[in-house]
Design a protein around this ligand. Structure first.
Ligand SMILES: C[S@@+](CC[C@H](N)C(=O)[O-])C[C@H]1O[C@@H](n2cnc3c(N)ncnc32)[C@H](O)[C@@H]1O
Length: 328
């Protein structure tokens, strides 16, 4: 158990936490705890997925540490509560309104971009950060595994969507991943607050265990040669005309045909895939199981979305594979 007064902190709704809530997808309790843990952080704070800056306001509200906020930006005009045509501009305006802009280094890029890693290495260094908050959609597991190297050995770790009524599919996979790390004694749990945000910190030796862990692979079987993975935004759907086609690669080679029917993917497979709502439905090139074939899968979106990479769990050199992807 933590010696920190976590439960009490989670109820301290300061004026800036209330401001943060107005522009955040997180609930007050989670924002209040982000604020307090950032204040206790022993080094800079890394945030992955800030959207319009709600969680960033909370993180910056009480700490003297710099917040490195990684967010590629773009638009999300259809969002039910927080529509925006320019994520970065809105985040900047929200931080400025709260007087916090100068405490935040806004890194306008995807977490998997090589330039983002180069920037963090230069400004934080391996093992220099005190806290890592991951709230990206999609790619949480991969973000955690590739950014844990920047944390101090006793750093705080916060992972959103550990539980979620709205994103059950994503949270089920993520909870399995996090629970596995807890079982391996890589992470210590402080608690789950708000709508399902997991709070905790690294255990001794945790970084190496997280980097080594098997299980970043998000695929689940759907019968026959067909597997699915949650890949996020519902507007990335190539089953409706003219919207956001994607390209899927296996170990760097393009798979296809795209837009295959679910039946063809299931019974013929051989690399056929389709993008249906929040899901990628796919088959491996040789109809092997993408959860165990050890291959790396890479998804590219058109229309300004960042691409994502999934790495097969059989790989014993997970970081090496992620790095080789980043070098491409
Ligand atoms: C759930 S939202 C974040 C919510 C925010 N933390 C808040 O307090 O409201 C997820 C964010 O992850 C961002 N995102 C998507 N892909 C990303 C990537 N590759 N790197 C960093 N952020 C990414 C999305 O643009 C989106 O703004």
């Amino acid at each position: 158990m933590s010696e920190l007064p976590i439960a009490r902190w989670a109820e301290d709704f300061t004026p800036l936490v209330c401001e943060a809530r107005k522009v955040s997808m997180l609930r007050e309790e989670a924002l209040a705890l982000l604020a307090k843990l950032a204040a206790y952080s022993n080094g800079p704070v890394i945030e992955i997925g800030s959207y319009v800056g709600g969680s960033t306001i909370a993180l910056a509200s009480e700490t003297r540490q710099k917040i490195f906020s990684i967010e590629p930006g773009g638009s999300n005009a259809q969002h039910e509560h927080l529509p925006t045509t320019d994520i970065t501009a809105d985040a900047r305006a929200n931080l400025a309104r709260c007087g916090l802009l100068d405490r935040v280094d806004m890194v306008v890029a995807g977490f998997q971009d090589a330039a983002t890693h180069a920037y963090l290495r230069r400004h934080i260094g391996i093992g220099g950060a005190g806290m890592l908050f991951v709230d990206t959609d999609p790619g949480t597991e991969l973000a955690l595994q590739s950014y844990i190297q920047y944390l101090r050995p006793d750093g705080f770790v916060i992972i959103d969507d550990y539980k979620s009524d709205e994103a059950r599919d994503k949270s089920a996979l993520l909870a399995t991943f996090v629970d596995d790390l807890i079982r391996q004694d890589a992470l210590e749990t402080f608690g789950v607050y708000g709508w399902g945000t997991w709070f905790g910190r690294l255990r001794p030796g945790g970084i190496a265990k997280i980097e080594r862990v098997r299980g970043t692979n998000p695929f689940a079987p759907l019968g026959g040669f067909k597997y699915w993975a949650h890949i996020g935004h519902p507007d990335r759907d190539d089953t409706t005309s003219g919207v956001e086609p994607i390209a899927l690669y296996e170990d760097g080679r393009p798979l296809g045909p795209a837009r295959a029917t679910p039946e063809a993917i299931e019974t013929i497979g051989l690399g056929r895939y389709a993008h249906i709502g929040r899901f990628l439905v796919m088959s491996a090139s040789d109809n092997s199981d993408p959860r165990t074939n050890g291959r790396a899968y890479h998804i590219e979106f058109e229309g300004g979305y960042e691409s994502i990479s999934f790495v097969g769990p059989r790989s014993t050199d997970l970081l090496g594979r992620i790095r080789s992807f980043l070098r491409r």
